[in-house]
Design a protein. Structure first.
Length: 244
C-alpha cells in the first residue's frame, strides 16, 4: 500500500491519516496508531476526540487493552484513497468499458476526478489519459441486468429470466443464483436451475428480462471452494481436464 505521509507537525494532515488508518482496519489499539503516526497516545486520543466532534462514529474502548473502531457514521469523505487504490479504480473502470454497455465507466472517472484532492486527482487523470481498453467492439452487458443478478446472488433470491443460448434457442429459466462471475472478458451467473435440478452457468449478455422473486431455499452453497477449477473441469466431472 502506498501510504500518504503528512508533513511532520501538520495536525490536519495527521488527522486525515488517522481517519484513513481507522477506515483500513476494523480495530486499532492506541499504541498501534501512535506508532503509525509517530506521536504519543495522548495525541492520538486528542485527534480521535476531534474526529468524533466532527461527526465520525469512532468507538473507543478505554483501559490497557483499549482500542478504536470506526463505525458507520454520518460522514465519510470519499477522498481517502491511496495512490495504488486510485490506480486500481482506473484499471477496473477501463476493464469495465469492455464488458458493460453504455458510458458508466467514463462518467465514473469524471466524477472521481472532481471529488479527489489535487494530488490524487493528478494520479487519476494521468492514469486515465495514459490508458484505454483495446479489447475491440462487442455486445456489452446491460448494467441494469447485472444489478438484478448481483442482487439475486447476494440476497439468495429466486431469479427468473429469458435466456438465449449459443444456438439462438430461447427458454425461460427459474434459478437460484449463487455467484456472478467475471472470466475471460465476460460476466456469467452460476446458478442452480430449479426446473432442471442441476447447476448451470449462464452468460449475462444472453440474459433478458431478469426479475427477482421470493427468497431462495437457503440451501444453495457454492458447489466447490475453487470455482475456477470446478468450471475448468466441466463442473468437477473431469478432474484430469486441463486447467487453463
Amino acid at each position: 500500500m502506498t501510504e500518504f505521509a503528512p508533513p511532520l507537525g501538520d495536525p490536519a494532515g495527521r488527522t486525515l491519516r488517522l481517519l484513513e488508518l481507522l477506515a483500513a482496519r476494523p480495530r486499532w489499539s492506541a499504541s498501534e496508531l501512535a506508532g503509525r503516526l509517530a506521536v504519543s497516545t495522548r495525541t492520538v486520543r486528542r485527534d480521535v476526540a476531534r474526529l468524533q466532534g466532527l461527526g465520525y462514529a469512532i468507538e473507543s474502548r478505554p483501559g490497557p487493552g483499549g482500542s478504536y473502531t470506526l463505525g458507520p457514521g454520518r460522514r465519510m469523505p470519499p477522498l481517502l484513497f491511496q495512490d495504488d487504490e486510485v490506480l486500481a479504480l482506473v484499471a477496473a473502470l477501463r476493464m469495465a468499458e469492455g464488458v458493460l454497455a453504455g458510458d458508466a465507466s467514463h462518467r465514473a472517472l469524471t466524477k472521481l476526478s472532481q471529488v479527489l484532492p489535487r494530488r490524487l486527482r493528478t494520479v487519476l487523470d494521468n492514469a486515465a489519459a495514459g490508458s484505454e481498453n483495446a479489447g475491440g467492439e462487442h455486445e456489452g452487458v446491460d448494467p441494469a441486468t447485472l444489478a438484478v443478478l448481483l442482487r439475486a446472488a447476494g440476497q439468495d433470491l429466486v431469479l427468473r429470466f429469458v435466456y438465449r443460448d449459443r444456438h439462438g434457442a430461447v427458454t425461460r429459466r427459474r434459478v437460484e443464483a449463487v455467484r456472478c462471475l467475471y472470466a475471460r472478458g465476460r460476466w456469467y451467473v452460476l446458478a442452480h436451475d430449479l426446473d432442471a435440478g442441476d447447476w448451470r452457468v449462464f452468460r449475462l449478455d444472453r440474459v433478458q428480462e431478469p426479475a427477482t422473486g421470493g427468497q431462495g431455499s437457503g440451501e444453495r452453497r457454492r458447489p466447490a471452494e475453487d470455482l475456477a477449477t470446478w468450471l475448468a473441469t466441466d463442473f468437477g466431472r473431469h478432474p484430469d481436464a486441463p486447467r487453463s
